[in-house]
Design a protein around this ligand. Structure first.
Ligand code: NAP
Ligand code: 8YV
Length: 329
């Protein structure tokens, strides 16, 4: 018998979310794949199939691995989720029910850091407005106005200094921008100043780059008080999760001049973006494209597959989340 199979035969996997060629083609005939693209589609799942499923691949964060969903699978051993953020999976429920959860860290770190750096410069130096100015033929009437924002006279406060936060900080430091950071735990290997209090850091800097996980622990942590502390030169770049910033408070702060500008890759209720934000000239808005290149998304898809294959080969998965640390089956 091949490693990882049982006497009752093949390993049944649920593929939940958009179809991905790397996932669909990634498994040998030792596996049986059941594909359901949306949460609505999952309602067609029969109890006979649910009873057999031992692994789930979540292929995008538009579908959820909440407790209700996971509870439908009595033999579930592992949830292999796409994306480094896994706020769409109930990892505490999984831990309590002996279900392994994996995510896709590292393979997207540099890509997301590139987007954060690009978004920061585009916001400060008004790339989108300047592009529209040129296309409208306005250059013939005169030079584009000087930008109020610049990277040259700024200090960046990183909100989150993990894998991606440190990759962004490296880019900023290469650009000669001073960097400080706020996390719950200081990192002793880092020379940068650590602020245990976010508002105190906001008072000391003029730019926040937000790259913490989503979920209840970080919900609306960038609130009206933090924005007031950041001040009228203040710029917020959010590449984390929309839930981390109080979106309504940010709209008010941008309107009133409490802060200068924002660059946003993520929103509270994606893909819905408030009309008020879309109407503003001092924001740059991206449709959650932090990791969205072919090369990086392929690497993420492959890691979703490899975590499942490694587990069912009887080995610890490659990238378990911290709630369900590595162990073999
Ligand atoms: P990571 O290595 O786990 O880093 C997370 C950082 O956040 C750590 O420095 C952590 O430090 C800090 N943190 C966690 N909870 C905090 C809290 N309550 N208050 C302050 N700091 C807190 O994760 P990563 O790989 O850098 O990814 C970070 C997040 O980026 C992901 O979870 C995801 O939501 C987001 N992301 C977005 C995109 C995109 O497309 N826009 C792409 C990839 C990732 P402490 O534990 O010491 O607090
Ligand atoms: C994904 C992300 O695009 O990895 C993350 O946490 O936000 C993005 O890379 C997103 O999770 C879609 O599933």
């Amino acid at each position: 018998m091949a490693a990882g199979t049982t006497h009752s035969g093949k390993i049944h996997l649920l593929v939940h979310g958009p179809r991905k060629p790397i996932v669909e083609k990634g498994f040998s005939d030792q596996f049986v794949l059941h594909s359901f693209e949306t949460t609505g589609d999952l309602e067609r799942l029969t109890p006979e199939v649910a009873e057999k499923v031992r692994g789930i691949a979540i292929t995008y964060n538009t579908v959820r691995g909440d407790a209700r969903t996971l509870a439908r699978f009595p033999k579930l051993e592992i949830v292999s989720s796409f994306g480094v953020g896994y706020d769409h999976v109930d990892a505490a429920y999984a831990r309590d029910h002996n279900i392994m959860v994996t995510n896709t860290p590292d393979v997207l770190t540099e890509e997301v850091a590139d987007i954060a750096m690009g978004l920061l410069i585009a916001t400060l130096r008004e790339f989108v407005k300047a592009d529209k100015y040129l296309r409208a033929g306005l250059w013939h009437n005169g030079q584009y106005p000087l930008s109020a924002g610049s990277l040259r006279d700024r200090t960046v406060g990183m909100v989150g200094m993990g894998r991606i936060g440190q990759a962004i900080a490296r880019r900023l430091e290469a650009s000669k921008v001073p960097v400080v950071y706020h996390t719950r735990n200081p990192i002793k290997e880092l020379p940068n100043k650590h602020y245990p209090d976010l508002t105190e850091m906001a008072k000391a800097v003029d730019t926040l780059v937000v790259i913490v996980p989503g979920g209840p622990g970080t919900a609306k942590m960038i609130n009206a008080e933090v924005m007031k502390a950041l001040g009228p030169r203040g710029v917020i770049i959010n590449v984390a999760r929309g839930t981390v910033v109080d979106e309504q408070a940010m709209i008010q702060a941008l309107k009133s001049g409490t802060i200068l500008a924002a660059g946003l890759d993520v929103f509270e209720r994606e893909p819905n973006v408030p009309d008020e934000l879309k109407a503003m000239q001092n924001v740059v808005l991206l449709p959650h494209i932090g990791s969205a290149s072919v090369v990086t998304r392929n690497a993420m898809d492959q890691l979703v597959v490899d975590n499942l294959k490694t587990w069912f080969a009887g080995k610890p998965p490659l990238t378990p989340v911290m709630e369900t640390p590595a162990k073999a089956r």
